[in-house]
Design a protein around this ligand. Structure first.
Ligand code: ATR
Length: 275
């Protein structure tokens, strides 16, 4: 039986075991998927022990994604550009790292019929969650990607980083503080952790196009503060990030097991459990 786990600190409330067990039931792959609490100063040891004991794959969550990036001997292009790894596996004696967060977001946007080609996208936040989705959004053909952050310098630094890494996309990117988010947007993505403090970033002057989508990477039983704010600002479609969570899990599952599970039934079941 193939062994998998998700490593984090804290980790108790992770939904990854439930998601991967549903994928396993769906595809007939025999696996065990558990949670692994790593000491804050012992991440490398935790990973080493897991693979030494014959483990097949690890998901990495807060606060270890950057450490997993450093630890990976071989990085996928996505992981390299994101500067963070959420999926680890061993191949030819080498630790491989990928980042499937962006794929998770893209698969959810596809499910929601949110066209990315030519879209004007506002991305709020400049932390790890935001970095992971920049390349996939640009690569999907958006017309403009404007990154805003409470601490403006972080947004500018992020734009500069991606402009130098992806010169072909540089002219489509811009950055600023939260007060520079004004304009009309087809897609507004909240990649900040402000919802954990039960607030949403103030965004004066943000207008939602007629069929625009407001997307919160956080998820909850009830509409999040960002979703409520977006609805008040005129967004007709406001969704949370549960679909992104299932999507990134499915992309990891596909890397490890060579099969892509169906997302919809798993998403429905998770939503039911959340209510
Ligand atoms: P993550 O990996 O989840 O992105 P992070 O690197 O700590 O975590 O980044 C958190 C993001 O949420 C940052 O963009 C942060 O803004 P700052 O860079 O100014 O700190 C943003 N954030 C957190 N709380 C916020 C709040 N109350 N209002 C606006 N932005 C907030």
């Amino acid at each position: 039986i193939r062994q998998f786990a998700v490593v984090g600190n804290p980790i108790k409330h992770s939904r990854s075991p439930a998601i991967h067990q549903m994928f396993a039931a769906q595809t007939g792959v025999a696996l065990e998927y558990s949670t692994l609490l790593s000491p804050l100063d012992g991440f490398a040891e935790t990973v080493g022990q897991f693979f030494a004991a014959g483990g097949c794959g690890l998901n990495i969550t807060v606060p270890f994604k950057e450490q997993a990036y450093v630890l990976s001997a071989k990085l996928s292009e996505r992981a390299r550009l994101a500067g963070a790894v959420n999926t680890l596996w061993q191949q030819d004696g080498q630790l491989n790292g990928c980042n499937t967060d962006g794929l998770g977001l893209l698969s959810d946007l596809q499910r929601l019929n949110a066209p990315l080609e030519g879209a004007r996208i506002l991305l709020i936040g400049a932390g790890g969650a935001s970095k992971g989705v920049v390349y996939p959004l640009l690569n999907a053909g958006c017309a403009r990607l404007h990154i805003v952050n409470r601490t403006e310098e972080r947004a500018q630094a992020m734009r500069a980083h991606f402009s130098s890494q992806l010169p072909d996309y540089a002219t489509r990117m811009s950055a600023g503080g939260l007060l520079q988010a004004e304009g009309e947007w087809d897609l507004v993505i909240n990649a900040t952790s402000s919802g954990l403090q039960d607030t949403a970033p103030e965004l004066p002057g943000v207008r939602y196009a007629a069929d625009a989508l407001a997307y919160d990477m956080l998820y909850a039983a009830l509409p999040t503060p960002f979703m409520r704010q977006a609805a008040e600002a005129g967004a007709h479609r406001c969704v949370d990030g549960l679909g992104m969570l299932v999507g990134q899990a499915a992309a990891s599952f596909a890397i490890w097991n060579g099969m892509t599970p169906q997302l919809e039934p798993v998403l429905r079941e998770l939503r039911r459990q959340l209510q």
